[in-house]
Design a protein around this ligand. Structure first.
Ligand code: PLP
Length: 431
């Protein structure tokens, strides 16, 4: 479900006309639907009600404090990957005992801070990291809970940049090494290995890779059991795919149907770390057409949002549906423009203002004839949109607005010129 729909000629977010938001706040503008966000969280929670998992929303998908707060208020925990995300998580009001921390490169100071704040556990990704956590825990006189992140070597059938559970990826620890760690566990006095973790990739549209990975985990857990190892948690990660184009991803109910029986067999407390599934379709990027430019070979629609605002098309060749905010008909059918100038269509590249040929939002896309001043919504931009944005070309990052029914709440101001140079230091005198 999502709350971005045409009512009459206009695209709405919940009960607000998005074009009104564009005029009021300016563009580029990220617009989020509160109810879509919360609905996705609730769908997952309900599908797994039987085992009552701890759902730790993956902060990196969209780390705005208002998004975090909305989910925390519904009972979510958080999955973090840096000290900065720990700061955000606590700032947004997440109980430390609902925070899990993954990352192949946790620094000593990040580890120390997280131990002091009392997070639920670290998802440990290497033996060196385990030693480092042990050392720091000893120094602090604490016993730290960890889960071993396993690299189960399964193929998630997604883009190669977002595959994380193959042995050629940098993530996690192979089964054999993990078993050795468990054998040595008694020597690691300041560590308690309380769980196992996997996260096999992102935008995974089928349940089969999860079934494969969890099945491997079950036989590993059984092996450990036979050796007298007791753990409490199995963290199955995130990665659930969403609809960007013509995908037909598994729903929360399909997913639960496939993996619940396996999870129940483990008897362990289950943790999940969905990011994209919760926030991906809860946000759009609104942009304005600046110019339409024809070259002998192409037609370019130049808009005021670029790869610094939304890098997924450039980075992953990702597809985002792009809709005109004022349209006549079915949002899914670009070709059916029944009235006025929209009858005409053209195949265009929709590009940003950045000085890079890789700066595009869509290529060779059939669109209604666009003109200067038209507003467009880049759909499904809630996940890995703003959170991957940058100031490249000294562009001020976009504003973000959360819509709750008829209310539009500004949740991030547009940056100013001063923000751009805030931490820079101009040397005195000549260099
Ligand atoms: C990024 C990440 C997630 C979330 O991935 P999605 O594809 O957004 O669900 C979950 N767990 C870990 C460890 C991650 O790095």
């Amino acid at each position: 479900m999502h709350e971005f729909k045409y009512k009459g000629k206009d695209l709405y977010c919940e009960d607000i006309k998005i074009a009104d938001l564009a005029r009021r706040f300016g563009t580029p503008l990220y617009v989020y639907s509160y109810h879509t966000l919360v609905d996705h969280f609730t769908k997952l929670k309900n599908a797994f009600r039987e085992i009552n998992p701890l759902i730790c929303y993956s902060v990196k998908a969209n780390s705005n404090l208002a998004i975090l707060k909305a989910l925390i208020d519904k009972g979510a925990g958080l999955d973090i990957v840096s000290g900065g995300e720990l700061f955000r998580a606590l700032k947004a009001g997440c109980p430390a005992k609902k925070i899990v921390y993954a990352s192949v490169g946790k620094t000593g100071s990040e580890i120390e801070e997280a131990i002091k704040k009392g997070i639920l556990f670290f998802n440990v990704e290497s033996i060196g990291e385990l030693e480092n956590i042990t050392r720091i825990s000893k120094k602090l006189g604490k016993v730290t809970n960890v889960a071993i992140r396993i690299n189960p070597d399964v193929e998630p059938k997604t883009h190669k940049y977002i595959t994380t559970g193959k042995l050629t990826n940098k993530f996690g620890i192979d089964f054999k090494s993990a078993q050795q760690i468990f054998l040595l566990r008694r020597a690691l006095k300041n560590i308690r290995i309380s769980g196992l973790h996997i996260h096999i990739g992102s935008q995974i549209t089928e349940s089969q890779p999860y079934v494969a990975a969890i099945t491997k985990m079950i036989s590993f857990i059984n092996k450990l059991k036979a050796e007298g190892v007791v753990i409490d948690y199995l963290n199955i990660g995130g990665g659930l795919g969403i609809v960007y184009d013509k995908e037909t991803p598994q729903t929360a109910i399909d997913y639960a149907g496939k993996i619940l029986p396996l999870l129940k067999r483990t008897g362990l407390k289950i943790i999940m770390e969905p990011g994209r599934f919760i926030v991906g379709n809860a946000g759009v990027l609104v942009t304005k057409v600046l110019y339409v430019k024809k070259t002998p070979k192409k037609e370019f629609v130049i808009v005021d949002a670029g790869m610094n605002d939304l890098v997924r098309p450039s980075l992953y060749e990702a597809y985002h549906n792009i809709l005109l905010l004022q349209e006549t008909g079915d949002p899914d059918v670009h070709l059916r423009f029944s009235r006025d100038r929209r009858q005409e269509t053209a195949k265009v590249d929709i590009v940003g203002p950045i000085c890079e040929s890789g700066d595009f939002l869509a290529k060779e896309r059939m669109m209604p004839r666009l003109k200067e001043g038209d507003y467009l919504a880049v759909m499904s931009a809630g996940a890995y949109g703003f959170s991957m944005s940058s100031n490249y070309n000294s562009r001020k990052r976009a504003q973000e607005v959360m819509v709750v029914n008829k209310r539009a709440i500004l949740i991030r101001k547009r940056e100013t010129n001063q923000d751009l140079i805030r931490n820079e230091i101009m040397p005195k005198g000549s260099l």
